[in-house]
Write a protein that binds this ligand. Structure first.
Ligand code: 13P
Length: 255
């Protein structure tokens, strides 16, 4: 049985006190509700990480950053290194989010470098992939996701793969209110698992955690999470509201 994961990507939202209060609410929810097998990851803006990481008490909650530099250290004004993130107590970093790819021109080669630097600094990676609408309309979504994953995981060992979670986030579903249907999500997740099978073998493919992201909310999370190859979600907008986020955490079938 694979563990279930719900990660909240706060993006560029939440002032310090608001963020701390949201994190406390989620932590309290987890302390008060027995959800064995479910891990929760909060990914606030960098500047809140240390404070939030130090404040959490539930055994199944951790924190992650939303990005990291592709350099170890040095004269890179404004950048944050993987080592700094690790030193806050954070355990994860999101790499390859479509907003980073499109607004900050992050390409597959750079993302591969970032994944390697994150792993070297003992961070786990949440690697995002997903097609834009025009690619899906042309029937190219499988090809695009395969290429993103193959390039991102180039040179990654079987051992390192255990520290990588893949998040399928179709760009047309992010922040639009349009969710992939559970059938579309399952189809792509099963395809992603087949890519991992080809690259790393059966055991790794069965163990790999694959999250869905894109307008996931309390009204659709249970159905999405009931799919065989959907191991949880990477949640944007709904992770900013404690009730919505906790309902999503609580929506795995058979818990
Ligand atoms: P929304 O849940 O707001 O669509 O965002 C998804 C996302 O980008 C998570 O990384």
């Amino acid at each position: 049985m694979r563990r279930k994961v719900v990660a909240g990507n706060w993006k560029m939202n939440m002032k310090h006190a608001e963020g701390l209060s949201l994190a406390q609410a989620v932590d309290n929810f987890l302390l008060g509700n027995d959800l064995p097998g479910v891990d929760v990851i909060l990914c606030p803006p960098y500047i809140h990480l240390a404070h939030i990481a130090g404040s959490l008490r539930a055994p199944n909650i951790s924190t992650g950053a939303q990005n990291c530099s592709d350099h170890d250290a040095g004269a890179y004004t404004g950048e944050i290194s993987a080592g700094m993130i690790k030193s806050t107590g954070a355990e994860y970093v999101i790499i390859g989010h479509s907003e980073r790819r499109s607004y900050f021109n992050e390409n597959d080669e750079l993302l591969n470098t970032k994944i390697k630097i994150a792993l070297k600094n003992e961070l786990r990676v949440i690697f995002c992939c997903g097609e834009v609408l025009s690619e899906r309309e042309k029937g190219k979504h499988f090809e695009i996701v395969k290429s993103q994953i193959e390039k991102a995981l180039s040179g990654i060992s079987r051992e390192d793969l255990a520290d990588i979670i893949i998040a399928y986030e179709p760009v047309w579903a992010i922040g639009t209110g349009v969710t992939a249907s559970s059938g579309q999500a399952q189809e792509m997740h099963s395809y992603i698992r087949s890519i991992i099978y080809k690259l790393f073998g059966k055991e790794e493919a069965e163990k790999a955690l694959i999250l869905y992201g894109g307008s996931c909310k309390p009204s659709n999370s249970a159905e999405l999470f009931s799919m065989e190859d959907v191991d949880g979600g990477l949640i944007g907008g709904a992770s900013l509201n404690e009730d919505d986020f906790c309902k999503i955490i609580d929506s795995f079938p058979g818990k």
